[in-house]
Design a protein around this ligand. Structure first.
Ligand code: PLP
Length: 396
């Protein structure tokens, strides 16, 4: 038979399937808390003001769309290195490559690990972003899980996490969410991050930090604090950062791998390998989104406006969290949903059973992912009461 007839059908993407179900639901009142895209109170995902201004300026000023360099534009490396790492490490130790979104950054980072340590196991939190384990496998690496989420309290089970991380081998990789854990919303405190960093230096494992939501949690600097702390403590650190959410440029596919290397000599070799991996994967990385990010971060006026808009996004999600926790306290007479106000980022795992998630959908038109992950940005102050009523009615 023909080669192409040997392929297996692929499992449906659960979140995209949910989006289609929602779209086809004829009920006039329904609520989509599924896909991980920020939406304002009007349900829109607008182009950020500073990004639009940069785009207009770029349209006027850009004189060529010839190729950039294999690792992307050095100006983009610099602004992103500063945004993510600040002064945490000596800049001569940092190698960087622009990538196709945060997903591309993860993939290139893991390709780099495969070259350096083909037998490495990559440890991921239980649970983690559903794309992590398949990408690790695609890069030819083994994966394993460390305990992370305590389903009972909807918080991090830190002692279990530390117990599991203590067993990681020196040549292994530990994948950490730098902030705003997806899908749970539960995060480590800074003192806990310090303990993790200390353990990583003791075991000799390589940290790989996925930073997809900087600015969505406690603030731009605050959300980078864990990444900086780990990078400062460990001899080497890989970071896969995404600009999709905090610049609202999802479809432009803008991300970066930052590799903090042991010394300036290693930096050159790692930089060469990152460029080579980009070359093998797609030759040159996309430039449009990276250039917009660079323009916004380099212009004091655009940067200030971007930060203000990002801060509005962040505080609106925080307000929705508090409102929902308050409404649930009023309806259930208990504090068991207080975790919603403690969680950070766009998601919280509600902790509902699959049949309760189904009831929310069938009886109340409320769509969340099967593991009961809710996109907080799918709410608005006007829809929070209906969600609280439905959660209480379903006995969650
Ligand atoms: N990592 C996490 C945890 C995410 O949630 C996402 C996006 O949903 C990404 C990485 C990748 O984002 P993108 O490839 O769209 O930049």
């Amino acid at each position: 038979s023909r080669i192409l007839s040997h392929l297996h059908p692929q499992p449906e993407d659960q979140i995209l399937k949910l989006t289609a179900l929602f779209r086809d639901d004829p009920r006039p009142v329904k609520l989509d808390l599924g896909v991980g895209v920020y939406r304002n109170a009007a349900g829109q995902t607008p182009v950020m003001r500073a990004v639009k201004a940069a785009e207009k300026q770029l349209w006027q000023d850009e004189t060529s769309k010839s190729y950039t360099s294999l690792a992307g534009d050095p100006g983009f490396h610099k602004v992103m290195r500063d945004l993510v790492l600040g002064d945490a490490v000596d800049h001569t130790r940092v190698a960087a490559a622009a990538t196709v979104g945060g997903t591309g950054a993860l993939s290139i980072a893991l390709d780099l690990v495969k070259r350096a340590a083909p037998g490495a196991t990559v440890w991921v939190s239980d649970p983690t972003w559903p794309n992590h384990v398949p990408i690790i496998g695609k890069c030819g690496l083994a994966s394993n899980v460390y305990r992370y989420f305590d389903a009972e309290n909807r918080a991090v089970n830190f002692s279990a996490m530390m117990e599991d991380l203590a067993r990681v081998a020196p040549g292994d990789v530990v994948l950490l969410h730098g902030c705003c854990h997806n899908p749970t919303g539960a995060n480590l405190t800074l003192p806990e991050w310090q303990e993790v960093a200390r353990l990583l230096t003791q075991t000799g494992a390589l940290p790989l930090i996925d930073l997809a939501y900087q600015g969505f949690g406690d603030g731009l600097e605050e959300d980078a604090a864990a990444t900086r702390l780990v990078a400062a403590a460990c001899p080497d650190t890989l970071i896969a950062a995404s600009c999709s959410k905090n610049f609202g440029i999802y479809r432009e596919r803008t991300g970066i791998v930052l590799a903090v290397t042991p010394d300036a000599a290693a930096q050159g070799v790692v930089q060469g390998n990152l460029a080579a991996l980009n070359r093998l994967t797609y030759s040159f990385p996309p430039d449009h989104g990276a250039r917009l990010v660079t323009m916004v971060l380099e212009s004091p006026a655009l940067r200030a406006d971007w930060q203000a808009e990002l801060e509005d996004i962040r505080t609106s999600m925080l307000g929705l969290r508090r409102q929902l926790a308050d409404e649930l306290r009023a309806r259930t007479g208990s504090d068991r949903f207080g975790f919603l106000a403690q969680h950070r980022g766009m998601f919280s795992r509600l902790g509902a059973k699959p049949e309760q998630v189904a009831r929310l959908r069938d009886e109340h038109g409320i769509y969340m992912v099967g593991d009961s992950r809710m996109n907080i940005a799918g709410l608005s102050p006007a829809t929070v009461p209906a969600l609280a009523t439905a959660i209480a009615a379903c006995g969650i």
